[in-house]
Design a protein around this ligand. Structure first.
Ligand code: NAD
Ligand code: DAU
Length: 353
């Protein structure tokens, strides 16, 4: 099973992608792991500095929206499997500029599907196009219920609509053209290497620098948090043991109201930075809500747990503490990703809120 496969991982320089690439490079020395990434603001090769000299790893700078580059990539390698993570991933950015989400998330995915279809033709036995998606395609929950694999799609933001579009295209290529595909839909990830525009790393960085911690609306929205390495482990398991044509939900069974999560984070930060209890919490600032802000996400991952035996590992409090430790001891990483461009984005997003 492990012998001599060539695996394409797209978006491998990003947050989740880098954990997936590291896991595959380390765990499967007989695989050739090809990481194709455009290196947008969210892609950072520093995330992979510990494995980038491994003999079974290659990096290819590719924009998946550029059909010619994708076709040429498939000409250079004969891929046995594709794990597709490359995407524009931040909801707030999709509200200020939806176009890029349509290009990368929908057109980019179709370019990859076309290339896989052309490469595999009628010999697709043993091949797999594994598409990484999000729970946001299901829309927003009220106070009851959970998303299952059969919940109807009801995306509400340009980001989630573009991810839903890409999921539909993957299913259509599987159904119509026989491209062997699996999709997984995961809840909110957290952990090392997440770009500090997302709630948890943004809050850690702001608390560290004694800057206001922006909480949208009243902080009542609920997310279901999963440690990134648990997601990478689920992806590994699904890639190797999942059933072609199936969908799997991945989630931590770990719902937190934003305000409760931020308060917990503040307590951890007080302790880690030697501040007086309550000092970090004083930085919490309620700001104007995100337009169309989904109220609650919660994933039912019983299919993945029951059929493939996956289980999330760290308790949230432990995973969060591990995450805080990582950000506090990786100042150089933070400094490098917080470039001038990000500072401009931050100012335009939060000034006047
Ligand atoms: P990220 O924004 O950290 O990384 C995205 C990566 O894709 C970056 O390395 C970027 O350079 C690359 N990329 C963007 N546009 C590209 C293009 N046109 N061509 C090639 N590469 C391009 O994202 P993430 O949080 O790691 O998410 C990875 C995937 O997982 C996405 O598909 C996302 O929808 C999905 N997902 C994320 C979460 C989460 O909580 N972060 C949860 C569920 C699903
Ligand atoms: O559910 C999976 C999704 O989780 C992924 O598909 C997305 O790629 C990922 O970005 C994430 O989307 P969210 O919008 O849930 O994540 P974000 O970290 O942006 O926000 C989490 C919650 O915190 C959300 O309710 C909005 C709120 N928030 C966010 C920011 C950035 C704040 O209150 N203040 C903030 O400054």
């Amino acid at each position: 099973m492990n012998n001599n496969k060539t695996i394409l991982i797209t978006g491998g320089a990003g947050f989740i992608g880098s954990h997936v690439v590291r896991r595959f490079v380390r765990n499967y020395p007989d695989y050739l792991v090809v990481n194709a990434d455009k290196l947008t603001y969210a892609g950072n090769l520093e995330n992979l500095s510990d494995i980038d000299r491994s003999p079974n790893y290659r990096f290819e700078r590719i924009d998946i929206v550029d059909k010619k580059s994708v076709t040429e990539l498939f000409g250079r390698y004969s891929f046995d499997g594709i794990i597709h993570l490359a995407a524009e991933s931040h909801v707030d950015r999709s509200i200020t500029g939806p176009d890029e989400f349509v290009f990368t998330n929908i057109v980019g995915t179709v370019n990859l599907l076309n290339a896989a279809r052309a490469a595999w033709g009628n010999n697709s036995g043993g091949k797999l196009f594994y598409h990484i998606s999000t729970d946001e395609v299901f829309g927003s929950l009220g106070s009851e219920g959970m998303f299952t694999e059969t919940t109807a799609y009801d995306p509400k933001s340009p980001y989630s609509a573009s991810k839903a579009g890409s999921d539909h295209m993957v299913r259509a290529y599987s159904h119509t053209f026989g491209v062997p595909a699996i999709i997984s839909n995961c809840s909110n990830n957290y952990g090392p290497n997440q770009f500090p525009e997302k709630l948890i790393p943004l809050a850690i960085n702001n608390i560290k620098n004694r800057k206001p911690v922006p909480v949208y609306g009243k902080g009542e929205n609920i997310r279901d948090w999963l440690y990134v390495e648990d997601h990478a482990a689920a992806i590994d398991l699904i890639f190797h043991s999942g059933k072609t044509g199936e969908t799997y939900n991945i989630g931590g069974n770990n719902e937190w109201k934003n305000i409760d999560l931020i308060r917990l984070l503040c307590r951890i930060m007080d302790r880690k930075t030697g501040r007086n209890p309550g000092e970090s919490e004083a930085l919490i600032t309620f700001v104007k809500d995100r337009p169309g802000h989904d109220l609650r996400y919660a994933i039912d991952s019983s299919k993945l747990q029951g059929e493939l035996g996956w289980k999330p590992i760290p308790r949230f409090e432990d995973g969060l503490e591990r995450t805080v430790d990582w950000y506090l001891s990786n100042e150089k990483w933070l400094k490098n990703v917080l470039s001038g461009d990000y500072e401009k984005y931050y100012d335009s997003m939060y000034s006047g809120r």
